[in-house]
Design a protein around this ligand. Structure first.
Ligand code: ADP
Length: 451
């Protein structure tokens, strides 16, 4: 097992990782930017080192500074969390070269899944259903129009190197497609340094259902059930739950089989998530694989009782998985992402000082946060302030607990997405489990929210 782990991240996920390290008796080294001097992860870690100015490219993405800190502090391993360097194969490779364990998959697996268009091809060849569309990246307009003839409209143009809900355009006509194709390629080049785009049929009312897997690189790949992440705004997840209210036992078996197969053909090791879209006839399609711990991992932890970060560290240390192939799940869990955004003003960012902060507690409630009263949310990073996770024996109990918890949660000084979540939890369609990726747009009246 490792003696010391450097956490190349910030915010709630850095705090989350430090907590598990402490339970395992592993020392922790935090890194921070000048804007994060007073951050909770800095206070909780055994050691902390400033790695640069506030902008992420100068600090949390600054590979030379992170690696020299890792060497200076003599760490055995680096946990990248999510975002920043977590899915950068180059970084994973540098760690390898420096004989520091990267807590995540091998660089080759990150690379294979990082190109979403290539990943689609690989999955199709492995017999896993993919959304109808182009086979590989689009070369020119003629090829794009040929795909359109075959699959029909609407279509979605996606950046091969895209992520985080960015780099996608929905098109409805041939003119639309012509007009958006080169713009999408230019945008992808500017945003991701790779102009390759591919095309998929745009599914009308799919659900986003993903399967959590763990693979130990010694022949064991375990699936830990699914998460339903259909409550989204502009392709960004806001509320996630496990199990999915729409997945039958038969569909679950098929999803799990496909996810395990996807991980195996990619030579995957460590924790990963295979994302699918599911239509109303229970057809499912591979969308992409995320090669890191996800923001929404706690809902899986709540229903399985398994600490995913602990498993990540054990796998990276070369230990065998000792879990059953399909661990049992118990009850229902929901996560609400509390962001520093004003849902009444089109989710405008609301960084600044938090004057009061009283998180909820009580039966079935877990709060993962780096915030506290007196903390100032810097404007430089993502807007996640806290994740509230509610567990119940069934979905109704989880919803009731979440409503109770969000009602207790006191955050002053900034606007948050709590009123949005309360509106979702109270919505009749949500309560019946009738949730699709366009649910928020169709069913939630954002203009009625008071923050
Ligand atoms: P990212 O990696 O940027 O998160 P994904 O490929 O995971 O992008 O897609 C994010 C979301 O975009 C999905 O959850 C879904 O809401 C929407 N989406 C993506 N592809 C399609 C599609 N073919 N049809 C309908 N919606 C889609």
């Amino acid at each position: 097992m490792f003696n010391k782990i450097l956490i190349a991240n910030r915010g709630e996920i850095a705090v989350r990782i430090i907590r598990t390290c402490r339970e395992l008796g592993i020392r922790t080294a935090a890194v921070y930017s000048e804007a994060d001097r007073g951050a909770l992860h800095v206070r909780l870690a055994d050691e902390a080192f400033c790695i640069g100015p506030a902008p992420a490219r100068d600090s949390y993405l600054n590979i030379p500074n992170i690696m020299s800190t890792a060497e200076l502090l003599d760490v055995d391993a680096i946990h990248p969390g999510y975002g920043f360097l977590a899915e950068n194969p180059h970084f994973a490779e540098i760690c390898q070269d420096c004989r520091i364990t990267f807590i995540g998959p091998p660089p080759e697996a990150i690379e294979k899944m990082g190109n979403k268009s290539a990943a689609r091809q690989m999955m199709r060849r492995a017999g896993i259903p993919v959304i109808p569309g182009s086979d590989g990246p689009i070369r020119d307009e003629a090829q794009a129009l040929a795909v359109a003839r075959e699959t029909g409209f609407p279509l979605i143009i996606k950046a091969a190197a895209g992520g985080g809900g960015r780099g996608m355009r929905v098109v409805h006509t041939r003119e639309d497609l012509r007009r958006h194709l080169s713009a999408a390629q230019q945008e992808a080049e500017a945003a991701f340094g790779n102009g390759a785009v591919y095309i998929e049929k745009y599914l009308e009312q799919p659900r986003h259902v993903e399967v959590q897997i763990l693979a130990d690189g010694r022949g064991t790949t375990v699936a830990l059930g699914e998460r339903d992440c259909s409550v989204q705004r502009r392709h960004q997840k806001l509320l996630e739950e496990s199990p999915s209210p729409a997945v039958s036992a038969r569909l679950r078996r098929a999803l799990v089989r496909a996810a395990v197969r996807a991980a195996e053909v990619a030579g995957y090791v460590n924790a990963g998530t295979v994302e699918f879209l599911v239509d109303s006839d229970e057809h499912f399609y591979f969308m992409e694989m995320n090669t890191r711990i996800q923001v929404e991992h706690p809902v899986t932890e709540m229903v399985t009782g398994i600490d995913l970060v602990k498993e990540q560290i054990r796998i990276a240390a070369g230990e065998r998985l000792t879990l059953p192939r399909e661990p049992e799940t118990r009850g229902h869990a929901i996560e609400c992402r509390v962001n520093a955004e004003d849902p009444a003003r089109d989710f405008a960012p609301s960084a600044g000082p938090i004057t009061a902060f009283v998180p909820p507690g009580g039966p079935g409630i877990r709060v993962d946060t780096h915030a506290f009263a007196g903390y100032t949310i810097p404007p430089h990073y993502d807007s996640l302030v806290a994740k509230v996770i509610a567990w119940g024996r069934d979905r109704d109990e989880a919803i009731a607990r979440m409503q109770r918890a969000l009602g207790e949660f006191e955050v002053r000084g900034i606007r948050t997405t709590i009123p949005f979540h309360l509106a979702v939890l109270d919505n009749a369609f949500f309560r019946r489990g009738e949730v699709y990726v366009n649910f928020v747009q169709r069913r939630i009246d954002l203009s009625a929210l008071r923050s």
